[in-house]
Design a protein around this ligand. Sequence first.
Ligand code: ZN
Length: 239
Amino acid sequence: MTDQIPKGSDEADLRTRMLLVCRQMNASGINQGTSGNLSARIGPKSLLITPSGLPYESLTEDGLALLEFDGQWIGPSRPSSEWRIHRDILAARSEVGAVLHAHSTHCTALACLGLGIPAFHYMVAVAGGQDIRCAPYATFGTQSLSDHALAALDGRKACLLANHGLLALGATPEKALALAIEVETLAQMYILARGLGEPTILDAAEMERVLALFRTYGTPDFPDAELRQKAPSSRVIHR
Ligand SMILES: [Zn+2]
């Protein structure tokens, strides 16, 4: 860690967490070589982002570039060539704290056919809507690609990029990674299902029901009238 980044500071902590997520991108198999990239919001108009073309095995906390929204950056290596996508999403979506991009195999296979992921499985709602769209193709690193991505992400936390890969957003780098893994798994399931026939697509009303449930999933507000939490003191010890 450099002198300018005090140990234990929010920035030092975020750099450490981002590095861990980068390594998990490799370990989970969603990352291919140096193609993926990760960013996280660090200030109102700035972000930390993985550098261009450096394998995550040799990346350190100091190797992450600090990038301002106007394109100025500080760091030992230049930011990922897809910095515009990261900048534009963080600028447009205040609820997003981290952006993950990867060329994960199954998402990319679908995207090479220009296919998104329809509601063949209820978990498609994890990306925030009725489907996971595929943004039209544009050359990597261009403003056009970023514009297409932002449009495909409208009302969503993930999208595919035609002939390219996957984007996943989250409040934190860890949440963006969890979503990326979920979407890659859905892409794999969808490809397998399509290999067997034409999957049944859940209708819009059912997906609305699932989306409503997902808003409270994992919280005490999740509706299930038959499931009632008892006080620990009411526990009977069975011997
Ligand atoms: Zn890419």
